[in-house]
Design a protein around this ligand. Structure first.
Ligand code: AMP
Length: 428
């Protein structure tokens, strides 16, 4: 029996196949990941890696029982010790857990962390939503000021720009502090109560569980009602309102255009004050590229000291799909500098030895080890896009002289075996 890939998953492979989409190409992933790492570094973020699964309770307590993630999307299982474990559906809660567990707050550094990691959500399989997807996430701890919010937004927009994506908008909102949110929830409750029958079944459930999340509804009927609902911005406390105004001023000063959407609440329960989302303006599919916000009570909620925090995450699948949609050229893939074609046993072992030596010196040199006909090796040189080609047979071994041929120009030079390394070095 042949086993196939479970639903909602995909492989990342190094070859372009007619049956596969371009975004499955590993070179595209490497290109994006390298830019994300370099931007994170440039902003002083250090890498953190947490395990793929955690105690289920971590996500129940942080993401929130009423969120889609916890209520229906988690991959939860009992381990052999009968403990409930969950494959990580998002990255913030594990980073907070690690921050508390290792007492990182006591290390006198700037607490800025990033990760690139797979996330698992049992989603209905559909275009753009996968059961394993990957996120680049950044989290900061200890700073309550609006500059922190803006630093994170700037880093994320820098990442998109460096990757070559320009067609997106930054959407921001404030979900206030607890005081603002309680007042707003009450106003929402007054507003939606007379319309309860018109709401979708899901939103009716949200009405009693977490009324704010009605604003996330994609249902068209709901959206009509939502558009006339009170705005949270009218309920912000003085402090939350001042914070939000400062974020806007800073974004303007740094010349980052933004749109305010007072209905943006995001699906997770732990946010307060600033929330934001990056929306693609080209993609017709799910438009959210990434987002985040402030989560000042999460560290305390999970057993740490009160710690203002701000973070965000962006999905790699969406970014890499957009690379294709926007026809962004990425640098050439892995190609050998030189390919040896040995003719005969003695040449085979000499070329193998030379290949090993040159690789040791840092050159990517390839050799056709198949011992097939020369036509096969020549074909390999073409498809692997080798820059130089050297055929070695008895004549070359006897004379000690080889002909090194440049594939693109079809020109060649005669050099001795000993000169090969310095010849290649010059050509780099
Ligand atoms: P969230 O944690 O839900 O805010 O997701 C952050 C980002 O991850 C989203 O903006 C998407 O780009 C991406 N994302 C979330 N869920 C999925 C999924 N099931 N498949 C692919 N990408 C996803």
């Amino acid at each position: 029996m042949r086993c196939s890939l479970p639903k909602g998953l995909f492989d990342i492979i190094p070859h372009s196949l007619a049956t596969e989409e371009e975004w499955h190409l590993s070179e595209r992933w490497q290109y994006v990941e390298a830019i994300l790492r370099s931007c994170a570094r440039n902003y002083g973020f250090r890498e953190i890696r947490t395990p793929i699964f955690e105690q289920t309770e971590l996500f129940n307590r942080s993401v929130g029982e009423s969120s889609d993630i916890v209520s229906k999307e988690m991959y939860t299982f009992l381990d052999k010790g009968n403990r409930s474990m969950t494959l990580r559906p998002e990255g913030t809660a594990p980073v907070v857990r690690a921050y508390i567990e290792h007492n990182l707050a006591h290390i006198p550094v700037i607490h800025k962390y990033f990760y690139i990691a797979p996330m698992f959500r049992y989603e209905r399989p559909q275009l753009g939503r996968y059961r394993q997807h990957h996120q680049f996430g950044i989290e900061t701890f200890g700073i309550p000021y609006p500059e922190q919010d803006v630093e994170v937004m700037l880093l994320l927009s820098e990442c998109y720009k460096k990757i070559g994506l320009n067609n997106w908008s930054l959407v921001i909102n404030s979900v206030g502090d607890e005081e603002s949110r309680n007042a707003y929830k009450e106003a929402l409750s007054h507003y939606f109560l007379p319309h309860l029958e018109q709401l979708s079944p899901e939103s009716r459930l949200r009405f009693s569980r977490n009324i704010l999340r009605i604003l996330d509804s994609k249902d068209l009927n709901d959206q009509e009602l939502i558009s006339a609902a009170p705005s949270i911005l009218d309920f912000l406390s003085q402090e939350a309102s001042d914070h939000f105004l400062s974020v806007q001023k800073l974004l303007k000063k740094e010349k980052i255009p933004f749109i305010i959407n007072p209905r943006l609440v995001r699906g997770l329960d732990y946010y307060n004050k600033t929330v934001f989302e990056i929306i693609s303006t080209t993609s017709q599919k799910d438009k959210s590229l990434g987002g985040g916000g402030r989560f000042d009570s999460l560290v305390e909620q999970l057993g740490g000291a009160p710690t203002p925090s701000f973070g965000c995450a962006t999905g790699l699948e969406r970014i890499i799909q957009l690379l294709g949609e926007e026809k962004i050229a990425i640098p050439a893939s892995l190609t050998p500098l030189l390919l040896f074609i040995p003719m005969g046993e003695e040449a085979f072992s000499l070329c193998f030895h030379l290949t090993c030596r040159l690789r040791e010196k840092g050159f990517y040199v390839e050799i056709d080890l198949s011992k097939r006909k020369i036509s096969h090796s020549l074909h390999l040189a073409e498809v692997e896009k080798a820059r130089y080609l050297v055929v070695v047979g008895d004549r070359e071994i006897d004379s000690g002289i080889i002909e090194i041929k440049e594939m693109a120009t079809r020109t060649s030079d005669k050099i001795s075996f000993d000169q090969l390394e310095s010849y290649l070095r010059q050509k780099l």
